[in-house]
Design a protein around this ligand. Sequence first.
Ligand SMILES: [Zn+2]
Ligand SMILES: [Zn+2]
Ligand SMILES: [Zn+2]
Ligand SMILES: [Zn+2]
Length: 479
Amino acid sequence: MVASRDIQPGEVVFQDRAAAVGPSESNPLCLDCNGKIVEEKFLRCSVCLFPLCDEECIKGFEHLKICAYLKGKGSQVKSFEEPNPIYDVILPLKLLLLKKNQPEWYSILINFMDHIEYRKSFAEYWDQVKTNVIDVIMGMPGIVEEGLTNESELCQIIGILETNTHEIYNRHGYCYRGIYPISSFPSHNCIVNARPKMIKEAPYISIFQANVQISKGGDIFTTYIWPHLPTRKRRQTLREGWHFSCTCPRCSDPSELGALTSAILCKSCQGGYLLHENPLEDDKPEQWKCHQCGENGNSDEILAMVDELTNEVENIKRDDVEGNLKQLKKCRKTLHCNHSVLTELRVRVIPIICRGPGKGTQHFPDETIEHKKKLCQENLAVLKVITPGLTRQRGGWLFELQDSIFYLGKRQYEEGKLDDIKFNEILKECKQLLIECCKCLNNEPHNTVEKFYEMSAKGALKVLSEQILMLSCVTGMRG
Ligand SMILES: [Zn+2]
Ligand SMILES: [Zn+2]
Ligand SMILES: [Zn+2]
Ligand SMILES: [Zn+2]
């Protein structure tokens, strides 16, 4: 997708609307609103027997579209926490029914890439798809009678969904995804210049915004994966999920254009780090070399070490501040500061450090606040290379950074260690960070962390502006 005009940072490139939305990763959800089923208050539909939120959702249009086809199938749903393969049929069924209800959308979507031959080459996976989805849909009342589809078309539909859906929501084993007619067009790049903002409620609008300036004729790039991943992991995920070998400028460069998210500290020299010298040579052994002393690294050892650290991270609870900080300290001894494992740990810690039940930043010692400030700066530095500009992630970390700077300054000021002028300078620095934060976070969808940051930043900006004005009057009088 190419820009037909100059596009400014934050500008909307296009808007899109989901053609179908449904469960992801077999997770149980309400068949009408895609909400999480609450154990204490749900109702089962008397026809499909699926659990839904309430009477309103049972009468909802989204549910009624599929209810008759799913007759009785919901009796298989006993737990609302555990993944259940019956939910794998929902989205393919919804896409198929577009053929009947919205044929103009169906005719666009059915031409999307499906990579079906590749998928079928994984016999075990494909057997499951056949049993859990294809056979189930073919056996639904009306499907054969109406002559709606055949097995080969269902295979195609499944391939299309696997390749083209966008995750709309994902939290704590509960997620849903949608397929969008236009949003699949921007291609992938490991340095991103635009991003979709997915509205999490019906009609599931996707607003595609530019992060940076994109000149007329320039490519509009998005990312299909978590862009912080190291090169090997990014390329592997893209090969498996989208069937191409990424050769973008970041993947082609051992230093990843300075992002260094794969770099390993060199044991031989002080301060050097090892880089993956042949990132695009998938069929050859990886060559690792220190950029400073030229020492070669053992690729097997490096991979095993990174895998071990990654596994350890996966076994730490996301909200365990101490556990994640301890692992961060350990990883710093072997991995470059920008390495994706460290970034992941900082992503976890930044929103929860200096917070607790009934506690805010002001209740924590200087040392902890300083630590938080450093973590924010480190993640912002990585982000600046791989997703520059107005991104949601940057907005969140800018807010957290100014929060740390503000409370450290305020404490010093109150203890008489800073004079009015110096403190006013700190307040002005915080104000600049908040202004930038508000540019990153604008009209964020409700009930999201980003909305929380957006509202907090707007509130803080107001208070800060008043404080700066007051302090300027004081210092002005004294001057
Ligand atoms: Zn519902
Ligand atoms: Zn029903
Ligand atoms: Zn790439
Ligand atoms: Zn070295």
